[in-house]
Design a protein around this ligand. Structure first.
Ligand code: TXA
Ligand code: MG
Length: 309
């Protein structure tokens, strides 16, 4: 159910949960000062309690209050990418952020989102926790309709149109002297080279006892359909997820991600396409993954691999 910006602010101030748009995906927002609302986010999403939430703030300066230390590169990264699809994990003064938000860690994740409506809400209400507005495990929501599919038609949503990036923020964590990519996202590893002077490594999640990003251990982004990733989609028969500039002569049904030459377009459409499979009752689809491995494609391929598990 669409709510206005002022209604959303009123609900948030009263300890309710409201879905609001960001440039990456829609988020389920609650004030960090409303523990019951934060609790409700976990129950609404059916999210495991050991998966911490990102704190969204209206500007980089707002992070200083919470951080135990600000790393040397903090300002460089914030100046280059905020507001925008970057999340930074930082050591925090734990008394200021509830255990529930941090999932018991001594760090917390921060981001300044780049969406005019949400920046206005943050200015008015203050810091908000905001996981993606989907049931745990399902593809994230990039439109109001997606939010309403997961949480029902009466759930309050601020409608900001379709999200421009369509995939989540990139999460950086410091490991020793260097930053690592704890979750791939809308910013590619290559995007950091100019700012950091090196390309951050993508963290590995092979049987880590203490994963850099707890959320990476869970099943994610999955439609009900079984996805089969292939570089030979051109010779597959059945339902194909492919590109508008390619031919699939044997396709019985085609879902289009965008042009194979435009990773941004594909990122923007990815979750909509995965959700459309469910709306159309598709039980199996071949996904054309004959695409480059670098830039935003790396994020898209990571999402598709997870969706196919
Ligand atoms: O683009 C985004 O980041 C979206 C929009 C709404 O801002 N939010 C989002 O939140 O993707 P969520 O909850 O779906 O994913 C947050 C991820 C989880 O994988 C969680 O484990 C990780 O951030 N995270 C949160 N706090 C962390 C911390 N202190 N250390 C490591 N990872 C953390
Ligand atoms: Mg999520």
């Amino acid at each position: 159910m669409e709510v206005s910006l002022s209604e959303a602010c009123r609900l948030l101030a009263n300890g309710q949960v409201v879905a609001i748009p960001t440039e990456t995906v829609y988020g389920l927002a609650a004030s960090i000062h409303q523990p019951e609302a934060v609790n409700r986010i976990f129950s609404l999403k059916k999210r495991p309690a050991n998966n911490p939430l990102i704190i969204h703030v209206p500007k980089a300066e707002a992070v200083a209050e919470f951080a135990a230390v600000l790393p040397d590169d903090f300002k460089l990264l914030a100046d280059a990418f905020w507001p925008g699809p970057l999340t930074l994990v930082l050591p925090v003064r734990t008394k200021l952020i509830s255990e529930q938000i941090r999932a018991g860690l001594e760090t917390a994740a921060f981001r300044v989102p780049n969406h005019p409506l949400t920046l206005q809400i943050l200015e008015e209400i203050g810091p908000l926790v905001m996981p993606s507005a989907n049931l745990s495990g399902r593809p994230s929501a990039t439109t109001r309709a997606h939010v309403e599919t997961d949480f029902g038609p009466d759930f309050p949503v601020v409608d900001g149109g379709a999200c421009s990036h369509g995939v989540e923020s990139t999460i950086l964590c410091q490991v020793g002297e260097k930053w690592q990519i704890a979750r791939q996202g809308a910013l590619a590893a290559e995007d950091f080279v100019q700012i950091l002077g090196y390309q951050p490594e993508i963290a590995s999640y092979q049987k880590e006892a203490r994963p850099l990003c707890p959320g990476q251990l869970y099943r994610h982004y999955a439609p009900k359909a079984k996805l089969i990733l292939t570089k030979q989609a051109k010779s597959c028969a059945g339902t194909i997820i492919g590109y508008s500039d390619r031919n699939y002569p044997l396709a019985e049904q085609l879902f289009v991600l965008g042009r194979s030459t435009h990773s941004e377009e594909v990122g923007e459409n990815l979750y909509s396409v995965l959700r459309d499979l469910d709306l159309k009752g598709v039980s199996q689809a071949y996904v054309d993954i004959d695409v480059p491995l670098d830039g935003l494609w790396a994020t898209i391929l990571e999402r598709l691999k997870k969706a196919a598990i």
